[in-house]
Design a protein around this ligand. Structure first.
Ligand code: PSU
Ligand code: MN
Length: 338
C-alpha cells in the first residue's frame, strides 16, 4: 500500500515487541511530524537492512529531470543488495523517512520551492510547512532517529577553501560526530579543502575509512586526493563490524566510509578537476563565499556548466556506486545485529 501507517502506540506486532520499539512505536515521539514509509517501518521492525538516502542532492545538487532518474536509480540499486531504501525529505512540514514516488517527483521538480535543510533549518521549515531537501547533516539526524544505520550519498560537505578565514565549515561534519550512522560517500569534493576537512573530522572523533584496497582518501571525481585515511577496509562485513562495534560500546558518533569512484571514470576525473579549480576561482572573484548555504549549490552548478554536463555523469556513477556499497554494508550489519 502507499498510505503512510498512522503512528499509534499499542499496535505492536509480536516481532516489534521483542525488539526495542521502532521510532513509530516509541511513546517519546508520539505526534512528532515524522512519517515512516510502511515498507521502511516493516524493515526496521523486523531487523531488515535499510539504507538512508539524502534529498539535497535531488533538490539542489543536480538539474531536473536527471535528479529524479538518479534518485530512482539509487533506490533500485539499494534494493538489488537486499536492503530497503529510505529517501528522506520534507513534504509540507512533515519529515518523510522514505518518500513516495509522487513526493520524490515533487521535490525533484522543485515546484514547491524546497529549501535546503541543515540541522538549524529543520524546526523552522517544519513550523512553516515547507518542503525541503535534507543535506547529509539533517539526513544523518533523521536516519539516527529512525534507527537506520547506513546512509549512502555522493559527497559529504566539509571545510571550504579558505575556511580558516571564512569559517565556512559544513554542518555535516559535526553531525557525523553525534549521529551513530555509517555514511558512505565518494569522499569530499575538491571544491573543498580536503586536508582541513580530514583534520576537522579527526578533532571531532569521526573515524574515516577508505572502502578500498589502499587508504588513499578519494576526491569525489578522482580516486585519490593525495590525503590518506587512517583506516581502510575492502569488504562490507568488516565495514559493518566497525559500525556494530561502535554500537556495542555505546559510542554515539558515526563513521565515514569513503568509496573511490569506479576506475572507468578516473580519466575524465582529471578534466573535471580543472573545472572545479575554475569554478572555485570564479566563486572567489564573484564573492560567492558570502552566500552561506548557497555556496555549495553554486559551485556544483558551475562545475556542471563548465564541463557541459560531464561532471553530472561522473557524479551519478559515483553515487550509484556508494548506494551499492551502502546496501551491502547494511545487509551485513543486519546479519551481525540479529
Ligand atoms: N556535495 C555534492 N553534492 C551535493 C552536496 C554536496 O557533491 O549535493 C550537498 C549534500 O547534501 C551536502 C551538502 O550535505 O551539499 C553540504 O552543503 P554545505 O556545504 O552548505 O554544508
Ligand atoms: Mn557552508
Amino acid at each position: 500500500g502507499t498510505a503512510t501507517r498512522s503512528i499509534r502506540y499499542g499496535r505492536l506486532s509480536s516481532t516489534a515487541q521483542r525488539r526495542a520499539p521502532t521510532f513509530t512505536h516509541n511513546p517519546l515521539f508520539q505526534g512528532a511530524p515524522v512519517d515512516v514509509h510502511p515498507e521502511v517501518e516493516d524493515a526496521l521492525a523486523n531487523g531488515c537492512p535499510v539504507v538512508a538516502l539524502e534529498s539535497t542532492i535531488i533538490t539542489h545538487g543536480m538539474p531536473y529531470p536527471t535528479s529524479l532518474k538518479m534518485a530512482q536509480s539509487l533506490e533500485d540499486i539499494v534494493r538489488s543488495t537486499g536492503s530497503i531504501p529510505a529517501t528522506i525529505g520534507l513534504i509540507e512540514g512533515r519529515i518523510k523517512i522514505g518518500l513516495q514516488p509522487g513526493e520524490l517527483e515533487r521535490l525533484a521538480s522543485r515546484s514547491t520551492d524546497p529549501v535546503k535543510l541543515s540541522r538549524r533549518d529543520i524546526a523552522a521549515a517544519i513550523a512553516l510547512r515547507r518542503d525541503g531537501g535534507t543535506t547529509c547533516s539533517s539526513t544523518l539526524i533523521f536516519a539516527a532517529l529512525a534507527g537506520i544505520k547506513v546512509f549512502a550519498t555522493g559527497g559529504l560537505g566539509g571545510v571550504h577553501r579558505r575556511g580558516e578565514n571564512t569559517m565556512d565549515v559544513s554542518a555535516d561534519l559535526h553531525e557525523l560526530s553525534r549521529c551513530p550512522v555509517g555514511l558512505v560517500s565518494a569522499g569530499v569534493k575538491s571544491i573543498l579543502d580536503i586536508g582541513r576537512t580530514l583534520e576537522h573530522l579527526e578533532t571531532l572523533g569521526v573515524p574515516v575509512i577508505s572502502y578500498a584496497e589502499s587508504n588513499d582518501f578519494p576526491a569525489f571525481f578522482t580516486r585519490r586526493s593525495g590525503f590518506k585515511s587512517p583506516w581502510n577496509v575492502d569488504d562490507p562485513k568488516t565495514a559493518a563490524r566497525i559500525l556494530y562495534t561502535q554500537k556495542q560500546l555505546g559510542m554515539l558518533n558515526g563513521a565515514l566510509f569513503a568509496v573511490p569512484i569506479p576506475e572507468s571514470y578516473e580519466a575524465i576525473g582529471a578534466v573535471l578537476q580543472e573545472a572545479v579549480e575554475t569554478a572555485v576561482r570564479e566563486s572567489e572573484e564573484a564573492g560567492v563565499s558570502k552566500l552561506g548555504k548557497e555556496v555549495t549549490p553554486w559551485l556544483l552548478k558551475r562545475v556542471g556548466e563548465l564541463t557541459c554536463g560531464k561532471s553530472l555523469e561522473s557524479n551519478i556513477a559515483l553515487v550509484q556506486n556508494t548506494a551499492l556499497v551502502g546496501g551491502r554494508i547494511a545487509a551485513e550489519y543486519a546479519k551481525i545485529a540479529n
